[in-house]
Ligand binder design. Structure first.
Ligand code: BG6
Length: 273
C-alpha cells in the first residue's frame, strides 16, 4: 500500500496530474504526455518550466520534458511542426501503478498522432529518480524511419558555472554555426548553445554551483544541449526573459534517422535524479 495522492487540475483543454508521494512530488500534463515538474523530497526541483509556459493545450509547453517524436527538429518539408506531433497531442493514462517506492504511469495518445504509421506509448516512472521511456512500435508490414528526443529542461543554479564533464572534448554539431563540427574542452554556457553531441554513452553528470546529479539514457545516438541565451529567449513569448540563466536542456536523442522494422519495438529512455 502507498499513500500516493493524485489530484487533477484542468487548464483550458488540458488536464494536469499532481502526484504527491513520500519520495517526490511531480506534475504530469496530459497534453504532450509531458512531465512538468519533479522534486525529490528534501531536494531542490530537478526540472525547469517557464513561468510563461502555455499550459492550456493550445501550444507546446515550454519546460519540463517535452517529447520530440516522430521527428526531432524541423520537419522534412519544413511545413509540419518542429519536433513532431507527440508534444502537441492529447494523451490518456492507460495504466497507473503506485507502491511505496515509485509510481509508474503508462500513457497512450488519446488521438491519432499524425505524420507517421508508427505508434508511440510513453512510460513515466517516478521514485528516487525519474525515468521517461518512449516506446515506438511498428504495427505495419514495412519499416519506417524516426528521429526523436527526450527534450528535458533541467533547472540549474548559475548557468555560467554549469558543467557536463562527460562531454569534454566530445565532437558536436554546432547548430548555431551552420552545423560545423567542433569540440570544447569544458562546456561554457555564456552564449546561445545549440549542439548535437555525438555521445551514446549511458551516463553523464550535470554539475551546477550547488549540486550535481546523473542523467542516463539508453538507445540514444546523441545528446542535444540547448540554451537560447538572451536574444532568442526574448524572441519567444513563452520564455521568461531571464529564464535562460536557470535552465539547460540536455536531451537523449536519435538525431540520425533509425529504421523501425515491422513488428519491432524500440525504446529510447532518459533517467535523471
Ligand atoms: C532544441 C533544438 O532541441 O530545441 C533547438 O536543438 C530548438 O534548435 C530548441 O531551438 C527549442 O525548440 P522549440 O521548438 O521548443 O522552440
Amino acid at each position: 500500500m502507498s499513500n500516493t495522492s493524485l489530484i487533477y487540475r484542468t487548464v483550458g483543454k488540458n488536464k494536469i496530474l499532481q502526484i504527491n508521494h513520500a519520495k517526490f512530488t511531480a506534475e504530469l500534463s496530459l497534453y504532450g504526455a509531458q512531465l512538468l515538474s519533479f522534486k525529490q523530497t528534501e531536494k531542490p526541483p530537478i526540472l525547469w518550466c517557464s513561468n510563461s509556459a502555455v499550459l492550456d493545450g493550445t501550444k507546446a509547453i515550454r519546460g519540463g520534458v517535452p517529447i520530440c517524436w516522430p521527428w526531432f527538429g524541423p520537419s522534412k518539408d519544413g511545413k509540419a511542426p518542429q519536433h513532431g506531433y507527440a508534444r502537441i497531442t492529447f494523451w490518456e493514462i492507460a495504466n497507473l501503478e503506485s507502491n511505496q517506492d515509485s509510481v509508474t504511469i503508462l500513457l497512450h495518445p488519446a488521438e491519432t498522432i499524425v505524420g507517421t504509421e508508427l505508434t508511440l506509448s510513453v512510460r513515466v516512472t517516478l521514485g528516487n529518480n525519474a525515468k521517461i521511456e518512449l516506446i515506438t512500435q511498428n504495427p505495419t508490414e514495412v519499416s519506417h524511419p524516426i528521429t526523436q528526443a527526450i527534450h528535458s529542461y533541467f533547472s540549474v543554479d548559475g548557468i555560467e558555472h554549469t558543467q557536463i564533464p562527460s562531454l569534454s572534448d566530445v565532437e558536436y554539431i554546432d547548430k548555431t554555426q551552420q552545423s560545423k563540427m567542433n569540440t570544447e574542452h569544458q562546456l561554457n554556457v555564456d552564449r546561445e548553445i545549440d549542439r548535437v553531441y555525438l555521445f551514446s554513452q549511458p551516463k553523464l553528470e550535470l554539475i551546477d554551483s550547488k549540486r550535481s546529479f546523473t542523467i542516463s539514457g539508453t538507445n540514444h545516438d546523441s545528446v542535444v544541449v540547448w540554451n537560447p541565451w538572451v536574444e532568442k529567449a526574448q524572441s519567444m513569448a513563452d520564455f521568461d526573459s531571464t529564464g535562460y540563466k536557470n535552465m539547460l536542456c540536455i536531451e537523449m536523442a536519435n538525431t540520425s534517422p533509425i529504421e523501425i522494422p515491422p513488428s519491432f519495438e524500440f525504446v529510447l529512455s532518459q533517467t535523471f535524479g
